[in-house]
Design a protein around this ligand. Structure first.
Ligand code: NAP
Length: 320
């Protein structure tokens, strides 16, 4: 049987529609959420990401500003910019596009962002709030994965969830969100023994390793839900062909284009999983969606002084 496709694009459209009505409600109170993006240098991938984030803001009616320091910017100059944005009341969210150039102390810059405006959810205060289940801004990609699970009615409470990867921006917050939602969570990393055996026990698998097609189809328990966070661009035919051997149309497209995006889960898992996010079109669209959600949430939290009971990390987008 073929897995149910967990379509991130469809959920993005749903959440955008909800955000639009939230934003017009806020407009009635004289509030316009605002997002300031900082893009250093001319990295083409970063430029593309920031442009998409600004375009999404414009689509929703969120005010946006783009700051583009030169690639030779110093840590002090970046800290001064962050300070200005922290003090600007029109700015609800500050987004520092990574990576920063090597001469800049990225950690210091990220930690200088006011946690109330930390729409990426990378600040240690945001992570600390997530650990203790207190209201705050949650990292966008894992928050998006939770929305995919919830909006597809995939049971989380009591489920065995296996998270592959323990990065600060995906694996760790993902595991915490699943734990807060009452899953029994196992976190795996490069030193985990018998990865296939651990994955085989999972009702929910979240793969965030950055290894194209690493998780084999026969590791997936039949019927399990698989959230594939990996986005690996493959350009080598020797690598693409075994991954796409059962997908002639995708293989044909690869040959025409010279590249293909592959998740961390082998595409053949579509025949074992019960539900699966496609790559592209699964988790990808959710990251920008949750950034928009966080910007609107920050606009409200900053003014409500984090008082509402509904504003808790266990209900991510539901916390609007
Ligand atoms: P990362 O910081 O490189 O972390 C990778 C994690 O995977 C590490 O914890 C590493 O373990 C673990 N790992 C690596 N090889 C492994 C193996 N053979 N077995 C078990 N675990 C292994 O990556 P990340 O930033 O979390 O991103 C992960 C993937 O998600 C990447 O493909 C990235 O492009 C993608 N991503 C997508 C989005 C999106 O919007 N779709 C957003 C963010 C990230 P150790 O800790 O032991 O090294």
């Amino acid at each position: 049987m073929t897995a149910r496709v967990l379509d991130g694009t469809k959920i993005r459209d749903e959440i955008f529609a909800e955000l639009k009505s939230d934003i017009s409600r806020l407009a009635g109170e004289g509030i316009r959420p605002g997002l300031a993006a900082v893009l250093v240098g001319e990295n083409p991938a970063s430029q593309l990401y920031v442009k998409s984030k600004i375009a999404a803001s414009e689509q929703l009616g969120i005010a946006s500003w783009m700051h583009t320091p030169h690639a030779s910017v110093t840590t002090d100059q970046m800290l001064r910019l962050v300070d200005t944005l922290n003090k600007d009341d029109a700015v609800d969210g500050i987004l520092i596009q990574l990576p920063l150039p090597s001469q800049v102390d990225s950690k210091r810059v990220l930690e200088a962002v006011d946690p109330a405006k930390d729409v990426d959810g990378f600040h240690p205060v945001s992570l600390g709030r997530l650990v203790s289940g207190r209201p705050g801004l949650v990292a966008c990609t894992p928050a998006g994965c939770m929305e995919i699970l919830r909006r597809n009615n995939i049971p989380i409470e009591g489920a065995n969830a296996v998270v592959l990867g323990r990065s600060d921006i995906v694996g760790k917050p993902m595991a915490l969100l699943l734990m807060h939602a009452n899953a029994t969570v196992t976190i795996c990393h490069s030193k985990t023994r018998d990865l296939p055996g651990v994955v085989r026990r999972a009702d929910i698998v979240v793969a965030a390793m950055g290894k194209a097609g690493y998780v084999q189809a026969d590791w997936i328990r039949p019927g399990a839900a698989v959230i594939d966070v990996g986005t690996n661009k493959i350009t080598d035919a020797k690598e693409a062909e075994p991954l796409l051997r059962n997908f002639p149309m995708r293989l044909q497209k690869f040959r025409e284009k010279g590249s293909v995006l592959i998740g961390d889960v082998h595409p053949d898992a579509v025949n074992t999983a019960g539900a699966l996010t496609p790559v592209p079109g699964g988790v990808g669209p959710m990251t920008i969606t949750m950034l928009m959600n966080n910007t609107v949430k920050a606009a409200r939290l900053r003014r409500n002084n984090v008082s509402s009971k509904a504003e808790n990390v266990q209900s991510t987008a539901g916390a609007r």
